[in-house]
Design a protein around this ligand. Structure first.
Ligand SMILES: *C/C=C(C)/C=C/C=C(C)/C=C/C1=C(C)CCCC1(C)C
Length: 230
């Protein structure tokens, strides 16, 4: 059964999101032309995030449609590449307004690695799923601290550039509210009685749609607004 079936809701979401990500990648790359110089790298990175995710979604869709299994390895390779790129986005937005210590980026990266390595070990059955969940939450908590109250948050609060602030605040909303969908997926998939591949993949797919394309849209909106004022 290697073709997408009409009854395969999760498979259909894999397909839809693959295409949305291809479109979003093209969009950000083309829109790069229209924004001021200091925003160009941010849009390039936003486009790369969509492109990397789109390719992984093609493979994940294949695994799901052909075997009905959760494509854990592809999922985590994708996250391992795209989440650090999102952390680079935070850094770039701040660097567009002021001089930022590289430590900001490294701390965000450490939080990301703790969160993702724990999640992978739990999902792959390499360690206890509940303990990994708690460690993953701690990594996420550390990122939230840095973004809201740590050095990154303080730099943003002190800045006067409205567009950078609105991009940064949009990204804050993504990592807090948008990212909360992921632990929910993990919980429904692994910690809520029997393992449920359907809810796990459905919720993760939805989360990726919001947090990859949505994240890029916040940056794009701020970049366009800022560029037309200048
Ligand atoms: C583009 C992909 C993104 C933005 C992926 C984000 C993934 C997370 C925020 C995952 C979080 C998790 C926890 C907070 C607890 C442990 C399980 C995880 C890894 C699903």
């Amino acid at each position: 059964m290697s073709n997408l079936q009409t009854t395969d809701t999760v498979g259909i979401t894999f397909w839809l999101i693959s295409m949305a990500m291809v479109a979003a990648a093209v969009f950000f790359f083309i829109e790069r032309d229209r924004v001021a110089g200091k925003w160009k790298t941010s849009l390039t990175v936003a486009g790369l995030i969509q492109l990397i995710a789109a390719v992984h979604y093609f493979y994940m869709r294949g695994v799901w449609v052909e075997t009905g299994e959760t494509p854990t390895v592809y999922r985590y390779i994708d996250w391992l590449l795209t989440v650090p790129l999102q952390m680079i986005e935070f850094y770039l937005i701040l660097a567009a307004i002021t001089v930022v210590a590289a430590g900001v980026f490294w701390r965000l990266l450490i939080g990301t690695l703790v969160m993702l390595i724990a999640g992978f070990m739990g999902e792959a059955g390499l360690a206890d799923a509940t303990i990994c969940f708690v460690i993953g939450l701690a990594g996420w908590g550390y990122i939230l601290y840095e973004v809201f109250s740590g050095e990154a948050g303080q730099i943003n609060a002190a800045s006067a550039n409205e567009s950078c602030q609105s991009a940064y605040n949009g990204m804050k909303l993504i990592v807090s509210v948008g990212w909360a969908i992921y632990p929910l997926g993990y919980f429904l998939g692994y910690l809520n009685g029997a393992v449920s591949a359907d809810s796990l993949n459905l919720v993760y797919n939805l989360a990726d749609l919001v947090n990859k394309i949505g994240f890029g849209m916040f940056i794009w909106a701020a970049a366009v607004a800022d560029s037309s004022e200048a």
